[in-house]
Design a protein around this ligand. Structure first.
Ligand SMILES: Nc1ncnc2c1ncn2[C@@H]1O[C@H](COP(=O)(O)OP(=O)(O)O)[C@@H](O)[C@H]1O
Ligand SMILES: [Mg+2]
Length: 401
């Protein structure tokens, strides 16, 4: 009884009915059916993976993270890697396989205001209550502990934190979780996903609380993940940062190599019973490189929507454009747009890059200006040390800026 309703909702939300062929419908039903019943793996499911059976490769990374979490000496773990290389999937899968309780703080956008921070925290706590709703002892202890903190409202599974003067301090919330963990006899994991997006004074507030918990609260383990490696790095290696000097362990996600990428696609298509010739797969890997998130997106769009590579890439470029525009919007200088476009057009030689930028501006610019722009792009992992784009889709997007 449940399934038809779910399928109907899914169909509506993906707008597949508009495509209108029976064949696509059958493929789609089969795809979702597999997702719901979890029979076998579903490599092309675009949500972050949460089960080991759905995680392609990355055994080494999985085992490393698994060992680190189970080692009682570990206090802080950094999971770093480019966007869409599987950080969230790796973390969630390991935590779910281990069955340890965790709070997942999902920083979806850059957060600069206290209000934004408290919204993110409220969502994380509500998700926590919902996720463990069947573990009564744990939930009862957490609800009791949180209710004792001023500025915390709990309605069913919904947690609302005040963000004004009577807000709960993050260090108080950590302390309560530490206490509950001690009482229940588990070590609680606190994940801050895309940690580098907590910036400015709000970031400092969070890192102060994490540093304090690191030093004094033994029942908590922190995992910070980040795709902007230089920015994440500065949270730990900048002497001004509250977390500076704390020991941490690191796990890195990576792009798949060519063979792995092809194998991923072959296996994914075989799961959904669609034949795709090798030539097409080679073309996909040429266009998308080994970024597993883009390969998954391609596999999903191709199996469900029956679309061709060009249209899928153009969609991916659209998604990446939004991300790049957000990045540019947060920067005062309009020069980022020009530099990104020039780099995408393979203008990478310093003198030439500077001249082209000066031509655009109609005036001289100092070396410093260009240096700062390139450094920022590297810190955000948009380009690497050789000024090459780290992600081919972002490069394509930058061409059209
Ligand atoms: N090991 C994996 N096997 C299969 N699919 C994966 C794997 N890692 C990531 N994906 C898929 O790639 C996409 C991006 O993964 P995600 O974990 O969100 O990456 P990140 O957190 O690094 O941005 C998602 O669609 C996810 O399902
Ligand atoms: Mg992620």
């Amino acid at each position: 009884m449940y399934l038809p309703l779910l399928l109907f909702l899914e169909l509506g939300s993906h707008n597949v009915l508009g495509v209108g062929t029976g064949c696509l419908l059958v493929r789609f039903l089969r795809f979702r059916c597999e997702s719901y019943f979890r029979c076998g793996s579903v490599l092309f499911d675009v949500k972050p993976k949460v089960r080991k059976a759905d995680l392609f490769d990355f055994d080494e990374e999985f085992n490393r993270l698994f060992r680190l979490i189970t080692n009682s000496l570990t206090r802080l773990i950094i999971v770093r890697g480019l966007r869409r290389t599987g950080k969230t999937s790796l973390i969630l899968t390991v935590l779910n396989e281990l069955g340890v309780p965790y709070v997942f703080i999902d920083v979806r956008e850059v957060v600069r205001s206290r209000r934004g921070l408290y919204e993110v925290l409220s969502r994380a706590l509500s998700d926590f209550l919902r996720r463990y709703s069947l573990r009564r002892a744990l939930i009862d202890s957490v609800v009791k502990a949180l209710s004792s903190v001023r500025g915390v409202g709990i309605h069913g599974f919904e947690v609302v934190l005040n963000w004004g003067r009577d807000r709960p301090l993050l260090s108080e919330l950590f302390r309560e979780f530490d206490r509950v963990s001690g009482d229940v006899g588990v070590r609680l994991v606190i994940v801050i996903d895309e940690a580098q997006r907590l910036s400015g004074p709000v970031g400092v507030e969070v890192w102060n609380a994490v540093a304090h918990a690191y030093d004094f609260l033994n029942n908590l383990l922190f995992i910070l993940s980040g795709s902007e490696m230089g920015v994440l790095g500065s949270i730990l290696s900048n002497p001004e940062s509250p977390l500076f000097g704390r020991a941490y362990a690191e796990v890195t996600t990576r792009k798949l190599n060519r063979d792995e990428s092809l194998e991923f696609l072959r296996r994914g298509f075989s799961e959904v019973g669609i034949e795709v010739d090798e030539g097409e797969l080679e073309g996909v890997v040429d266009g998308l490189d080994g970024v597993i998130g883009w390969l998954t997106y391609y596999g999903y769009s191709r199996s469900v929507g029956g679309r061709d590579l060009d249209s899928i890439i153009s969609d991916a470029v659209g998604m990446a454009r939004q991300e790049l525009e957000n990045f540019i919007r947060l920067r005062a200088s309009r020069r980022y747009r020009v530099v990104l476009r020039l780099l995408a057009l393979d203008v990478r030689e310093w003198g030439l890059l500077k001249r082209r930028l000066e031509d655009y501006e109609g005036s001289r610019i100092s070396d410093r200006v260009l240096h700062d722009i390139l450094t920022t792009l590297k810190r955000h992992s948009i380009i690497d040390e050789n000024l090459e784009f780290t992600d081919p889709v972002i490069r394509e997007t930058a061409r059209e800026l």
